[in-house]
Structures are given as structure tokens and as C-alpha cells.
Design a protein around this ligand. Structure first.
Ligand code: BGC
Length: 758
């Protein structure tokens, strides 16, 4: 036994030694290189430019080619393809004085060319292996396409569905968000960043971007440190612990100072407390935007940013054009410039770019890897596992492969909308529509009728704002009445109606906030007319955010939330509707009852005057007109089967510091079909030095259960899992009473109690 440990000890020491030796080699290489670099060349490395393409701001970099040759560019983003990237790399490696290779970055957000479900949908799989695999496939394709840096994962906790970027993250919960952050980083970076199929991930947007006031993009964030540390910061920290190579700062202010110039955030917390060693890049012109925040002119904000700990300036060129002057005037130091430059060179070295700058420019690999059959097959599975079944009356679903089905709705045959927001490399022409997916899954014995039935919206202004990147919300030449009539006629001839409704792809994502998160009137009118036919209606919902669905939940026979499933989304919808997969997704954001309820989330604090959902009482924390609870809670999702949970069995009634306790439940598949259930564990710290959430997610397990099968699911809870940041921001355990809840969502749970002793 001892020998065994000795073996691992020696192995461990050897790998540490190997690491140190390779770091020494890297440091020597970079020091030698930096000795040759002029000040301008050092500043040049801090410049990240885009020659166009996927642009999210008004500025596009100019004279990119000559800047590369002059050593004024450290990296490029927004171009893809091994050939183009080889050409750009040649400019740096052959024509610049010191031949320093460039980075090539891109927003590889949910897949690259084979587009996966939008991140919010992906998170609803609660399947970390699957999530890692989706990032792995994205990295395989992106690196085959010449890239070595992905601006992902986006881990901003978001509790306001008005905010369009809620689509890009993993929802409202810090624990789940942290697990997903780690899985994504593992998927992108693998275990060896120097391989030709791994790239540097970039966790963003550091920090708190999801808490923008009013859900308006880029808006003010103002929150207590206690909330920050306990609820919003954990996913960024988790990504760092998983070894993420880079971090992107956010647009918002924190304690009044924009993130891109916030020294507390970029140095004190990130470097000094968390020990982050990688590189920090600004968001798109976020350094320059500090001028609008009222922090000075371009020179002042650029100096502020470098002083705060920024390494690389995305697009704004404030570093490139002002840092030299700031150095001469003593506003920044040479050491600061050199530190930033070194971090960028280190990342390039780790990628192996100095060894082979064309490592990611292999046309043959691009041909075999990008959009391969295997990747599309995987995307189909990932999509199916991201869908959440919100309602299923009288087992309307799965559908039978016989009779007549009316497929209606503006999204049923809308290839343009299938990929969802932020799929810059995706080709929507290669996406499968829902109509196609249904036709191929339904088989020859089912008659399918199709009618569009409604425009996505009849609001010309909204359509115009949605169509900035292309015709996602076209206005049909026919009148709304004619379109509805066609759909109603189709419904009248059918046994069941599948209504594919929801949002256009770019009604969520960056700068796509919405004050009204109902289904658009045009589509509601269609649904109302369909309801009158008396036919059961299956609503297939495309959405990048939680929506307010009270009327729909009262009137539809079934609701399947499919987010935006990506390239293979349409096929996945077919697979799920006809029962090839039983839905297993669970919500990662609460669906509000009404927009006035926002924010509503499962881990709220109690009030001094708690609301009683059974009976209204004056002078309690409630609304006069609606309940406090969301319409669909966090963790919720049905399947084609049903599950029952036994009471919770604990291994003891108390645990001491440093110990653990186990909690078990027997979960039984009580239905007639096989299924996969996500068993969720929540805790409540009953008495604390600060008010603690009524429920906090602390674990989850996915179990596959055959019809009639039972399985005991056990969670181990250690005293470490019960730690939180107290009022002094110390991460502590506090002895006392705890509650434990286990169930299939955050509301329907079995409860037990234990005591944490000293
Ligand atoms: C977004 C980032 C993105 C960057 C580069 C910005 O506007 O906020 O998420 O990575 O553009 O495209």
C-alpha cells in the first residue's frame, strides 16, 4: 500500500518538476524575445482587431494588414478558414520584424459550424458529460477552421428574462452554472492546450453582466458584495479553477467603476485572491466605452484599464494609440505594459504557435472534421436532451405515427431561425426545419399538413429591429386573417395540431432586450383560433429566454420548450415528438408568471413577512393580483413517464466540521415508458449570521430508469458544501440546523433535517 502511494507521490512530483521545467523554458524564450521588442511592438501585442465579419459594435479595425506587418497587432478575430487564417498568419510570421504569430479568436458560443443548442437550452440538459462533449466538438471544428481562441463560455448568472443575453448563459443558479462552466472549459481546452484540436477558452463577461438593471443590455449593475460572492462570482471562479486560459471583462459598472477599468475586479480579486495566471481581454470597445461612462478621454480610460490589470484591448485601439504617451507622462509604467505583453506571449507559447504558427491551418482536417456526420448526429442528440416538456395533458405526446397532423406556426418552416442567437459560423441553410424533422420522423402512414398561420410579429417596428442580421421575422403578403384561416382549415382536417411558435433567433442575444416577454400578439391570435377548433394543440416553443406563458399553459394540450436546437434542432424535435426520446430537460431559469414578478428565482431569501401561497393575507410579502411563485419553477420538466420519490434517508442526524453525511431517496419510474430523471438536492441553512436562501442547489444526479424500475440515489454532503460568504466576505461554515430537500424540481421535494456541529 505504501509503495502504491510512493509511486503516485513520485509521479506527482515528476509532473510538477516537468511543469516547472517547461515554464522555465517558456520564460526564457519569452524574456529573450521581449529583449528584442521595441516599446511599440510590446504595445502592439496588446491590440486585438477584427477585419469585419461578426461585428457587435460600430467600430471595425482599419488597415489591418499593414498593422500586422508593423507589429501592431497581437491577435485577430472574426475571420475563419484555414486558408484565410494562413494568409493572415503569414503577414505576421513572414513580414513583421520579429515574426511573432497571431492569435485567431472567434465567438464559438454553441458549436462552431455544427451548431448546438443555445447555451440556455444546453444547460437544461443538466448533463455535464454531454455539455463537455458539445464544447469538445465545437473545439474540434473551430481548430480545424484555423481558430485557437474561443470567446466562450459565457457564465453570467441571469435572473431577468428581459435581458436578451440570458440565452447565452446557463441560467439563474451559481452551483449549476459553476459545474457547466468547468465542463465547457474542459471541452474546449482538453488536457493539452498545445494540441491541434484544443483551443483557449475565454470565460466571460467578468463580472456580473447578467444583473443589468431593467434587463437593458450594457446597463448599470449594483449589488451587495455578499450577493456577488455567494451568487454571481462562483461560475467565473469555477472556470478559473478548471484552468481557463483567458477572461473577458464585462461592459457594466461594478461599485460605480466599469469592469474594464476596475482594479479591485481585475487585480485584487482575480489575480491576488483567485490566483488567475492567464490573460484578460476587454470586451468589444469596452475600454473606449468608459468615456461614455464618464471616466475621461481615451488616453485616461486606456491608462485606467491597464492600471486595473487589463492585458488586451478588443478593437478599441486605445492601448495602441495612447499607452506610449501615458508612459512618457508617468501615467502607466513600463512594467505594466510588459506584464500584459508577457501574458499574451505566454498564451501563444502554450498554444504552440511559436513552434508552428500554422498548427490550425490544416485544410484536410477541416474537410473531414467540420460538419461531419458524427458531429451532426451528436448535435441531434444534444438538442433532444435540451428540450423541456412543460405540459402534457392526457398524454397528448408522444404523437402517433398515423392519422393527420397539422403543423402550423411561423417557426415551423423557418430555416433562418433554427440556429438561434450567436451562431456566427453557423450556416442556417444547412439547418433542419421542424417541418422536415416531423415529416421524416412521422413515417409514411402519417399525413402532414402545413400552414404558416401567422407572422412572427405584426409589429413592423419590432420586425425591423429583429431583422438587423437578416429576414428572421418576414411580413407575409397575406392578411393575418387569411393566414389564420389557412391554419384553422388545416387543423380542422387533422387529429392533432403542432404549433411551432415563439421568438425569432435574434429576439434574444446581445442588444436584444424585450420589455414584453409574452408570445407576440400575431401568434397568440393564431393559437386562440386554433383552440376554437377543439383539436389538441401541441405547442413547440422556440425561445431564447423564459417567457410569460400563463394563457398558453391554461389552453394548450402540451408545451415542449425546444429553445433553439441548432443545426439538427428540427430532427431532434421530430425525435422527441414521436417518442424516440422521452424529454428529460429541466429548467435552469424560473419562468415568471408575469413580467412584473421579475426577478423571480428559486434561491430567494425569506422576508420578515413571508408570503403564504394558500391564502392571501394583508401585510405579507405578496402581490394583490398574482401569486409569488413563478409559473414554471427552476428545475422543472416533465417526461413521457412519471417518477415517485421516497422519503429522504440520512446517514445520521448530525455532522461535524470536516465530515460528511449522506442523503438517499428511492426514485421509481411509475409510468409505462423508460426515462431519465434529474434528481436535485437543495439545502437550507436555517439560522445564519446573515439571511440565507430558502433553497440552494447543492447537487444533482441523472438516473436512467426503465419503466417500473427503482433506484436509490445517494448524495454525499460534506461540511465544505455548506460554506458560504458571510458579511465579512469570509468563506465559512456556521454550525446549526440545516434542511435538505430532494426532488425532481425545486418545488416538489422531500425534506429532512440535520445539524452541523462544531
Ligand atoms: C460581446 C462578447 C463577444 C465580443 C466579440 C461583444 O459585443 O459582448 O460576448 O465575445 O463582442 O464578438
Amino acid at each position: 500500500m505504501k509503495k502504491f502511494f510512493l509511486f503516485f507521490f513520485v509521479l506527482g512530483s515528476l509532473s510538477v518538476a516537468a511543469q516547472t521545467a517547461s515554464d522555465t523554458k517558456m520564460n526564457t524564450f519569452i524574456s529573450t524575445l521581449m529583449k528584442k521588442m521595441t516599446l511599440d511592438e510590446k504595445i502592439g501585442q496588446l491590440n486585438l482587431v477584427t477585419p469585419g465579419g461578426a461585428v457587435t459594435g460600430s467600430v471595425v479595425s482599419k488597415d489591418v494588414e499593414s498593422k500586422i506587418e508593423n507589429g501592431q497587432v497581437g491577435g485577430l478575430f472574426g475571420i475563419t478558414g484555414p486558408e484565410k487564417i494562413r494568409q493572415a498568419q503569414e503577414l505576421a510570421v513572414k513580414n513583421s520584424r520579429l515574426n511573432i504569430p497571431l492569435f485567431f479568436g472567434l465567438d464559438v458560443i454553441h458549436g462552431h459550424k455544427t451548431v448546438m443548442p443555445i447555451p440556455l437550452g444546453l444547460s437544461c440538459s443538466w448533463d455535464l458529460e454531454l455539455i463537455e462533449k458539445s464544447a469538445r466538438i465545437a473545439a474540434e471544428e473551430a481548430t480545424a477552421d484555423g481558430l485557437n481562441w474561443a470567446f466562450s463560455p459565457m457564465v453570467d448568472i441571469a435572473r431577468d428574462p428581459r435581458w436578451g443575453r440570458i440565452a447565452e448563459g446557463s441560467g439563474e443558479d451559481p452551483y449549476l452554472g459553476s459545474q457547466i462552466a468547468k465542463a465547457m472549459v474542459r471541452g474546449y481546452q482538453g488536457t493539452d492546450i498545445s494540441k491541434d484540436n484544443t483551443l483557449i477558452a475565454c470565460v466571460k463577461h467578468y463580472a456580473l453582466y447578467g444583473a443589468a438593471e431593467g434587463g437593458r443590455d450594457y446597463n448599470t449593475v449594483d449589488m451587495s458584495k455578499v450577493r456577488m460572492y455567494n451568487e454571481y462570482l462562483p461560475p467565473y471562479k469555477a472556470a478559473i479553477e478548471a484552468g481557463v486560459g483567458s477572461i473577458m471583462s464585462s461592459f457594466n459598472v461594478i461599485d460605480g467603476i466599469p469592469a474594464s477599468g476596475n482594479k479591485w475586479l481585475l487585480t485584487e480579486l482575480l489575480r491576488n485572491q483567485w490566483g488567475f495566471k492567464g490573460l484578460v481581454v476587454s470586451d468589444y470597445t469596452s475600454i473606449n466605452e468608459m468615456m461614455n461612462h464618464g471616466l475621461g478621454d481615451l488616453q485616461a480610460v486606456s491608462a485606467l484599464s491597464l492600471n486595473a490589470g487589463m492585458d488586451m484591448d478588443m478593437v478599441g485601439e486605445g492601448f495602441l494609440t495612447t499607452l506610449k504617451k501615458s508612459l512618457q507622462q508617468g501615467k502607466v509604467t513600463l512594467q505594466q505594459i510588459e506584464t500584459a505583453c508577457r501574458r499574451i506571449l505566454e498564451a501563444k507559447y502554450r498554444l504552440g504557435l511559436f513552434e508552428d504558427p500554422y498548427r490550425y491551418c490544416n485544410e484536410e482536417r477541416a474537410k473531414s472534421v467540420i460538419m461531419s456526420d458524427a458531429n451532426r448526429k451528436a448535435a441531434r442528440e444534444v438538442a433532444a436532451k435540451s428540450f423541456v416538456l412543460l405540459k402534457n395533458n392526457n398524454q397528448t405526446l408522444p404523437l402517433k405515427k398515423s392519422g393527420t397532423i397539422a403543423v402550423v406556426g411561423p417557426l415551423a418552416d423557418s430555416r433562418r431561425n433554427m440556429l438561434g442567437t450567436w451562431s456566427v459560423s453557423g450556416d442556417f441553410d444547412k439547418a433542419v426545419t421542424v417541418l422536415e424533422g416531423i415529416k421524416s420522423a412521422a413515417g409514411p402512414d402519417t399525413k402532414i399538413l402545413f400552414a404558416k398561420g401567422a407572422n412572427l410579429t405584426n409589429d413592423a417596428n419590432l420586425a425591423k429591429h429583429t431583422n438587423v442580421f437578416g429576414m428572421e421575422a418576414p411580413m407575409d403578403g397575406r392578411s393575418p386573417e387569411d393566414m389564420i384561416k389557412e391554419a384553422v382549415d388545416a387543423a380542422a382536417q387533422s387529429d392533432v395540431v403542432v404549433a411551432v411558435v415563439g421568438e425569432a433567433a435574434d429576439m434574444t442575444g446581445e442588444a436584444s432586450s424585450m420589455a414584453n416577454i409574452d408570445l407576440q400578439e400575431s401568434q397568440k391570435e393564431l393559437l386562440k383560433a386554433l383552440v376554437k377548433t377543439g383539436k389538441p394543440i401541441v405547442m413547440v416553443l422556440y425561445n431564447g429566454r423564459p417567457m410569460t406563458l400563463k394563457w398558453e399553459s391554461d389552453n394548450m394540450a402540451a408545451i415542449l420548450d425546444v429553445w433553439f436546437g441548432g443545426t439538427e434542432g428540427g430532427n431532434a424535435v421530430g425525435d422527441v415528438l414521436f417518442g424516440k426520446y422521452s424529454p428529460s430537460g429541466k429548467l435552469t431559469t424560473s419562468f415568471p408568471y408575469s413580467v412584473g414578478q421579475i426577478p423571480v428565482y428559486h434561491s430567494m431569501l425569506n422576508t420578515g413577512r413571508p408570503y403564504n401561497h394558500e391564502e392571501f393575507a394583508k401585510f405579507k410579502s405578496n402581490y394583490l393580483d398574482i401569486p409569488n411563485e413563478p409559473l414554471y419553477p427552476f428545475g422543472f420538466g416533465l417526461s413521457y413517464t412519471s417518477y415517485s420519490y421516497s422519503d429522504v434517508t440520512l446517514s445520521g442526524t448530525s455532522l461535524k466540521m470536516g465530515q460528511s453525511i449522506t442523503a438517499s431517496v428511492k426514485v421509481t419510474n411509475t409510468g409505462a415508458r423508460d426515462g431519465v430523471e434529474t434528481v436535485q438536492l437543495y439545502i437550507r441553512d436555517v439560522v445564519g449570521s446573515i439571511s440565507r436562501p430558502m433553497k440552494e442547489l447543492k447537487g444533482f444526479k441523472k438516473v436512467a430508469l426503465k419503466a417500473g424500475e427503482s433506484q436509490t440515489v445517494t448524495f454525499t454532503i460534506s461540511s465544505n458544501d455548506l460554506k458560504f460568504y458571510n458579511n465579512a466576505l469570509k468563506f465559512v461554515n456556521e454550525p446549526g440546523d440545516y434542511k435538505i430537500f430532494i426532488g425532481g424540481n425545486s418545488v416538489d421535494v422531500k425534506e429532512a433535517s440535520f445539524v452541523l456541529g462544531k
